[in-house]
Design a protein around this ligand. Structure first.
Ligand code: HEM
Length: 229
């Protein structure tokens, strides 16, 4: 059995199984741990310069990945006009760089400040390392292996779809450079880690915040008697 078969045919299913089983187990047994455990009250300025670019950037980049996955023919048709290809590629690269800058700021905040380190688990560190490698590979690919949005639609999407229909077809993927293969592998490692980490909050995004009326939180206390300042 070749390494490609282990990494790109067997491991994806192992990763999905781990993600599903552990997400359900954690939700049923430790539902209060289903969050990102906010550390906003610690070094919040630094959190802002990391968290805001990270979240907006990753939303843009992963939406791009998803749209091309769902509509590969339309992505290729869009890219058939050079100016549209340049717009897409430049937007994707800009998004990737914003994500990278945000992530670097989050890493500096988490590892560089003693107060944040005190509330950082080994899993937080592993997760940040995996994300940093994954995002660096993405940006490297976008900068060095030209017109990724086209070959993603033509080569990687058929591979991903073949996994979905339980008929894995590695014929095109095995020909890709190792940087691309590592980026694909990184996505499955990320998936397997997700339910063990603070990123589990992705599965319980509080969508209702988008339509519920705004709430004003008022502290009702006597400042003279309270010990909280
Ligand atoms: C955890 C999941 C993933 C993350 C966080 C991630 C992140 C990124 C980032 C930050 C970039 C650079 C910006 C861009 O060009 O869009 C990128 C590019 C890219 N990613 Fe991913 N990615 C993930 C999963 C995947 C998967 C599963 C595939 C394919 C099977 C993939 C294929 C690509 C390709 C081909 C590019 C280059 C696009 C271009 O040059 O226009 N990514 N990724």
């Amino acid at each position: 059995m070749s390494l490609d078969v282990v990494l790109f045919q067997i491991f994806p299913y192992v990763a999905v199984t781990i993600a599903l089983v552990e997400s359900i187990r954690r939700y049923r047994q430790k539902s209060f741990s289903y969050s990102s455990l906010s550390s906003q009250f610690l070094e919040s300025d630094q959190l802002f310069v990391g968290s805001v670019p990270w979240h907006y950037g990753i939303l843009l980049v992963l939406t791009g990945h998803l749209v091309a996955f769902l509509f590969p023919q339309q992505a290729l048709a869009w890219n058939s006009v050079p100016v549209r290809l340049y717009i897409l590629e430049i937007t994707a690269l800009a998004g990737g760089l914003v994500v990278f800058i945000g992530l670097i700021n989050l890493v500096i905040r988490r590892l560089g400040r003693a107060r944040i380190r005190a509330v950082t688990s080994p899993m937080d560190v592993i997760l940040l390392a995996v994300l940093l490698i994954q995002v660096s590979l993405g940006v490297y690919i976008a900068m060095n292996l030209r017109w990724g949005s086209s070959w993603y639609a033509a080569v990687l999407v058929p591979y991903l779809r073949s996994l979905f229909v339980l008929q894995p077809d590695l014929s095109l993927l095995t020909l890709m450079p190792w940087m691309v293969k590592l980026h694909v592998l990184g996505a499955f490692i990320f998936l397997a880690l997700l339910p063990f980490s603070r990123l589990v909050h992705l599965l319980v995004v509080p969508w209702q915040y988008l339509w519920r009326p705004p709430q004003v939180v008022i502290w009702n206390r006597d400042p003279k008697r309270s010990t909280i300042r």
